[in-house]
Design a protein around this ligand. Sequence first.
Ligand code: GLN
Length: 490
Amino acid sequence: MSSDTAALVRAHVSGDRTAVETAEESIAAAEAHAELGAFLSIDRERALERAAALGDALASGTEPGPLHGVPIAFKANMCREGVETNCGSKILAGYRAPYTATAVQRMLTAGCVPIGTTNMDEFAMGSSGENSAYFPARNPWAHERIPGGSSSGSAAAVAAGIVPLALGSDTGGSVRQPAALCGISGFKPTYGRVSRYGLVAFGSSLDQISPLARSAQDLELAMLVLSGSDPLDSTCLDLGPVQPEPEGSLAGLKLGVPREAFADGLDEGVRIRLEEAIAQLCELGAERVDVSLPHARLAVPTYYVVATAEASSNLARYDGVRYGPRVDGDGTLDGMISATREAGFGAEVKRRILLGTYVLSSGYYEAWYGRAQRVRAKILADYRTAFEACDLLVGPTSPTPAFRLGERSEDPVAMYLSDVLTAPVSLAGLPAVSVPAGFVEDAGETLPVGMQITGPALSDARVLSTARAWQAATDHHLARPGTFAERAEA
Ligand code: GLN
């Protein structure tokens, strides 16, 4: 069992170390790993000020929060008052949020110290981090490879040991997939468990703020703080926070293995690791049940209709009037809007706005958007049927380990297929965690493999306690980038 954050909080509260020392170390680590491109900005002054204030409050007898002095990194699409929230896009360059997102505020109130804003695919559109308008982030396990996306910087920062905890957002897999490729744990809650107030919208019916950490236990601690109703977000469920289950046990758990998750296109090394992991889960007391999700193969096209439709509407607000830089163009209002959007959005964002506008246009709406909504309902129905035969589903998170920078950037469809195992869960709104399940060797490099555990709606606590039980019995999540190379040298 391991909790980086609980150990830190204990050390701060007992006086073994101060929150300022921890913040200093975290910032030094971020600077030492600058080549990872994990951060769009590091907030040294604010972080140290905040850490000092936490120390003062503790000294004057204020009850410490559950995450007292824990350094955290926020993805650049979460508003924090006064801090640049550019979503990895040029169209929001220099935009400082006038208010703070609910999820961010809850982490701050619990005592977290934000050390910076993390790199991401522009507007969270991507699976590799290469769509960042600034620079791509890199995988701490293999620097010529992608860390996954779109929460690339948050995953790289946790994997490199810069912060023990980070927030990302997951619309079609953007927290689970980078967690898998970076060898850490990432959890997408049931849609509506975490407030989206202050999260810059991409696909509103899919987006969920989601934590990344090195252990399931830390994800549980984060969820306890993050989740719960919020009057500022009408899609946030009127439920209390996700309470960690007292004991995670695998005994008697019926684990469904969807046939489709092991279909063609799955990397052989990933398949072998997952088969081993499932066998081990059974040795630990779980029972394997083979199930089928017949419509899962339609999830990627369905996701790319629904998500782009919602994105085209959500991104209409970036018109050069209300946010960010403005390009005057020919001096007319229309000319200014076109010139601003032409200069401000990157190629992938434009592609999605075009696609989304098309699928919503009159005459095509029923054929594309309407049909995608009907397939989405069938995907959800498949999960309902599967969960009649099992408690949770288990399979790979990503069909391949981390690929090389540039390998898929010229081929959008190859990039979209990275989401084949995570998108169905998002369309169904279900909770799912990705946890480390071992490593594969590729071209002389050791790369992490992730296992996705998915549960029925609102089974967040069960999904996380199962991940905790897996980590209590295994040590994949304890491996750090570099350890294998070091071992080889030893
Ligand atoms: N990779 C997917 C996409 O490009 C998912 C992104 C996300 O979850 N934000 O849309």
